[in-house]
Design a protein. Structure first.
Length: 722
C-alpha cells in the first residue's frame, strides 16, 4: 500500500522579514513557527551581498530593502487567499511583538520563484569570493532543536570569531533547526588546514552539547565519518560496526565512509604543498586575483548539468550530449588541474587533454550569468587557446576565421565572384572542404557594397542636394538628437540591407546617424582565441571612440556579439589609462533595442510612428544578450507598434556560436543543439508569424536548420513604420 502526502495548498505567499542581525532573525523563528508556515529559510549578509555581483541574481533581489543583516523567508501556503493574508498578518504581528523585524515585504505569484532562485543560488554565490579564502563545507549542515537554534548559532559564531578568528556564512533551513554554516578558510596554508580540523573538532563538541546532529541533511561520509564514534558513543558505534560486518563482510559498499573512516583532512584537494602558481595572462584577471582563482571559483555545484527544458543557456553542449565531460564543471576541473600540475613547465596551457575537454565549449557566455559562481568559461577558454597556440601554432582554418574582416574586404572587391562560389553547390562544397567546414553548411554572401561605403556616398549625395536646394533666407533644419552607429564587420559586409534599414529606421524616427572611425569588433579574434590581436583592436577602438561617446550620444550596435564586447571583454583587454576609458565607454554602448526602448520611455519615440496591425513575432534571443544584458528590451521594442505581440522562444543557444557550427567536426552537435528547442519552435510557428533573432549567427542557423528566414528586430520595426 502506497502512502502519499497531500499536495501543498494552492495559495501561497512569501513574507521576507528583514533584520539588522542574524541573531534577531533566528530569535524570530519561533514566533514565525507559531502560525505553522510551510517553511522558514534564512539569507545572511554574505548571500545578499553576493547577489549584487551576480548578473542573474541581481534581478531577483528587487524585494531587498536597504542593507539588512539577514532576511527570514517565511513560506506561507493555505487553501484560500484569505487564509494566506491572515497568516501573513499574524506572523508579522508575532515577530513585531517579539521586538524584531525592520521591513516585511510580501511576495506572491511569479515573484516567489525569484526569491527561491536567489536562495538556491546562495551556495555558489558565496563561493565566488576572490582569492584563496573560501567558505568551506566543514560543518555545513549541523542540526539542533529549533527552540535552541538561536543560542546554538550565537555560541557557534562566538567560537568562530573569538577562538578561530573566522567569519562564517549562514543560510538555509532555519525553520527546521538546520542552518547551513560555512566558515571561511584558506586551505592552501598549514595554518588554514590546522584551523580546518580544529573547527571540525570544536563544532562536533558544540553540537553534542546541544544534543544535535553533526549532519542533519547531507550525510557524514569522509568529511565527518571520523567523528561518528564521538557523536554516538562507543556502544552504539560497536553496534553499527556489527551491522556493517554482517551485511557487508567484504567491505565493498562505500568503504571508509561510516566505519573505519580516515581522518577528515586526509583526502583534501588543497594543502600547504599544493602548487599555487601565478601566470601572466592577456585578459585582466586581477578581480579574481589571477586566472587560477578564476577557475577555482567553480565549486562543483553542477548547475551547468541541466536539460533544455530547465530554461537558460548554460550549458548547450551538455544539454545535447548529457556527458559530464561537456559540462562547464568538467572544463573548470580540467583547466584547474592543468594550471596546478602543468605538463609543460614553460607553458601550463600546453595541454592536449584540457584542449579536448574545452573543445565543445561554444563560448556562449551562459555560465557567466547563470553559474552561481559566475565562472566565465568563454573567457577562460580564449585565454587557454591563445597560450596553446603559442606552443603549437595557429591552424589555417583558425587564421581564416579570425581574419574574417580582412578576407571579406578582399573578397568585396569582386563580390559577384565570391557569391558565385558560395551559391554554386559543387564550388561551395569544395571551398568548405578546403577550409574545414561541413559540406552542408551554407556560406554568407557578400553585398554589392559595404555599409560604410553606402552610408558615406549617401551622406555626400545628401550634402550636394542640400547645397543645391538651400535657400539662404531659410534657417537650416537642425537635428537635435545624434547617435553613433558601430558598423560591425558582419553588418558591413554581409548584412548590409539590415544595416541600411537600421540607419533609415533611426533617421525616420528623428535621429542623425554617424558612423565614426573605428576598427572591427574583434569578435572573430576573440572566438578564435587569438587574444593579442583582439587586444590591439579593442584598445584602438576604445582610444578612438571614448572621446565621442556619451549618454546623450551613445554608440548603438546592430550585432549583439559585437556591441556587447565593449561591455565585457574590452574592459579586461584595455591597457593602462584606457581601462578607465573602456569602463566609461561601456556604460554608453547600447544594443539597438535598448536605445529604442530608452527613447520610447522618454517620449522621443511614439507608437503612432508605426502602423497598427495584428502581428505575431517569435523571438529567439542572442546568448550574449541573455548573459550580459537582457532580452526584455527586445520584446518591448518589438511591441512598440500597436498590435505587435512577441512570444519568446524558450531556447538557449542556437548551436551556431560564430564559426563553431561551420566546423566539420562540430556541425552535428551544432544541429543537435538547435533541435533541442529552437528548431521545433520555429517549425511549429504559424506561417504568418515573423521569426526574430538579433544575432547574425542565429539567423543563419535558423535558416539552415528550418528553411525559414529570421529577421533582425530592426528590419521588423523598419517595415512597420508608417
Amino acid at each position: 500500500e502506497l502512502g502519499c502526502d497531500p499536495l501543498p495548498p494552492q495559495h501561497s505567499a512569501l513574507l521576507c522579514v528583514h533584520f539588522d542581525t542574524i541573531d534577531q532573525a533566528l530569535r524570530s523563528v519561533l514566533p514565525a513557527l507559531n502560525s505553522k508556515p510551510f517553511g522558514v529559510e534564512l539569507l545572511d549578509r554574505y548571500i545578499l551581498e553576493a547577489t549584487k555581483r551576480n548578473r542573474e541574481q541581481a534581478k531577483n533581489r528587487f524585494f531587498v530593502v536597504g542593507d539588512p543583516g539577514a532576511i527570514l523567508v517565511v513560506d506561507i501556503r493555505k487553501d484560500t487567499e484569505a487564509a494566506v493574508d491572515r497568516t501573513i498578518a499574524q506572523v508579522t504581528s508575532d515577530i513585531q511583538a517579539a521586538g524584531y523585524g525592520t521591513h516585511f515585504p510580501v511576495l506572491k505569484g511569479a515573484d516567489e520563484n525569484k526569491v527561491w532562485e536567489l536562495r538556491r543560488a546562495g551556495q555558489g554565490l558565496v563561493s565566488n569570493l576572490p582569492g584563496d579564502e573560501k567558505p568551506r563545507e566543514v560543518c555545513e549542515d549541523t542540526a539542533v532543536d529549533v527552540s535552541e537554534l538561536a543560542d546554538y548559532i550565537a555560541e557557534f559564531d562566538q567560537l568562530m570569531r573569538e577562538k578561530h578568528g573566522k567569519q562564517c556564512v549562514y543560510y538555509a533551513h532555519a525553520g527546521s533547526g538546520e542552518l547551513h554554516t560555512r566558515p571561511i578558510f584558506n586551505l592552501k596554508t598549514e595554518a588554514g588546514l590546522k584551523t580546518f580540523r580544529a573547527v571540525a573538532e570544536d563544532v562536533a563538541a558544540l553540537v553534542k552539547k546541544y544534543h544535535g546532529s553533526l549532519s542533519g541533511e547531507h550525510g557524514d561520509g569522509r568529511l565527518r565519518g571520523e567523528f561518528i564514534p564521538f557523536m554516538v558513543g562507543d556502544e552504539c558505534f560497536a553496534l553499527m560496526r556489527q551491522i556493517k560486518e554482517t551485511f557487508d563482510p567484504d567491505n565493498r559498499f562505500n568503504p571508509g565512509k561510516i566505519i573505519d573512516s580516515p581522518p577528515m583532512d586526509t583526502h583534501l584537494r588543497y594543502g600547504p604543498q599544493t602548487p599555487d602558481p601565478h601566470y601572466e595572462t592577456i585578459f585582466d584577471f586581477s578581480s579574481n586575483k589571477g586566472v587560477l582563482n578564476a577557475v577555482e571559483n567553480c565549486n562543483g555545484s553542477g548547475d551547468c548539468r541541466k536539460g533544455p527544458l530547465a530554461g537558460g543557456t548554460m550549458c548547450p553542449s551538455y544539454m545535447a550530449t548529457r556527458n559530464e565531460k561537456d559540462s562547464t564543471r568538467a572544463r573548470a576541473n580540467s583547466l584547474r588541474h592543468a594550471l596546478m600540475h602543468p605538463i609543460d613547465a614553460t607553458n601550463p596551457f600546453n595541454n592536449e587533454a584540457t584542449k579536448e575537454v574545452l573543445d565543445l565549449c561554444l563560448s556562449c557566455k551562459g555560465c557567466k550569468s547563470e553559474c552561481p559562481s559566475n565562472v566565465d568559461m568563454a573567457k577562460l577558454k580564449a585565454e587557454f587557446t591563445q597560450h596553446y597556440y603559442d606552443a603549437n601554432g595557429v591552424p589555417l582554418r583558425t587564421k581564416l576565421i579570425a581574419n574574417f574582416t580582412r578576407t571579406s574586404r578582399l573578397a568585396s572587391r569582386a563580390p559577384w565572384l565570391w557569391n558565385t562560389i558560395v551559391s554554386t553547390l559543387p564550388l561551395r562544397k569544395t571551398l568548405n572542404k578546403l577550409v574545414g567546414f561541413h559540406p552542408d553548411r551554407t556560406i554568407p554572401r557578400l553585398h554589392s557594397t559595404t555599409l560604410e561605403q553606402w552610408h558615406r556616398i549617401r551622406g555626400q549625395r545628401s550634402e550636394i542636394n542640400a547645397q543645391k536646394t538651400e535657400n539662404p533666407n531659410t534657417e537650416k533644419r537642425k537635428t537635435t538628437r545624434k547617435v553613433y552607429l558601430f558598423c560591425d564587420e558582419f553588418s558591413n559586409f554581409n548584412d548590409v540591407p539590415l544595416g541600411q534599414k537600421t540607419i533609415q529606421l533611426l533617421e525616420r524616427l528623428g535621429y542623425q546617424v554617424i558612423i565614426p572611425n573605428h576598427l572591427e569588433s574583434a569578435r572573430t579574434w576573440l572566438s578564435a582565441g587569438l587574444l593579442r590581436n583582439a587586444k590591439t583592436i579593442a584598445n584602438e577602438n576604445v582610444r578612438q571612440l571614448a572621446p565621442l561617446i556619451s549618454e546623450d550620444c551613445p554608440l548603438i550596435g546592430i550585432e549583439p556579439s559585437a556591441i556587447l564586447g565593449f561591455r565585457d571583454e574590452y574592459i579586461d583587454l584595455a591597457e593602462g589609462s584606457l581601462k578607465d576609458d573602456a569602463r566609461s565607454l561601456a556604460k554608453h554602448c547600447l544594443m539597438l533595442d535598448e536605445f529604442l526602448v530608452r527613447e520610447f520611455d522618454a517620449g522621443r519615440i511614439r507608437r503612432d510612428q508605426f502602423q497598427a496591425k495584428e502581428q505575431l513575432i517569435k523571438l529567439h534571443g542572442h546568448c550574449f544578450q541573455k548573459a550580459l544584458a537582457s532580452v526584455v528590451p527586445t520584446v518591448r521594442a518589438l511591441q512598440i507598434p500597436e498590435g505587435y505581440k512577441v512570444h519568446m522562444i524558450p531556447s538557449g543557444c542556437c548551436g551556431m556560436a560564430g564559426s563553431f557550427g561551420y566546423e566539420k567536426e562540430h556541425y552535428e552537435l551544432s544541429m543537435q543543439i538547435g533541435e533541442l528547442v529552437l528548431f521545433p519552435s520555429v517549425r511549429d510557428a504559424p506561417s504568418d508569424a515573423l521569426i526574430a533573432a538579433p544575432g547574425t549567427s542565429c539567423r543563419h542557423q535558423i535558416h539552415d536548420g528550418t528553411g525559414r528566414t529570421a529577421q533582425h528586430p530592426a528590419e521588423i520595426l523598419f517595415d512597420a513604420l508608417v
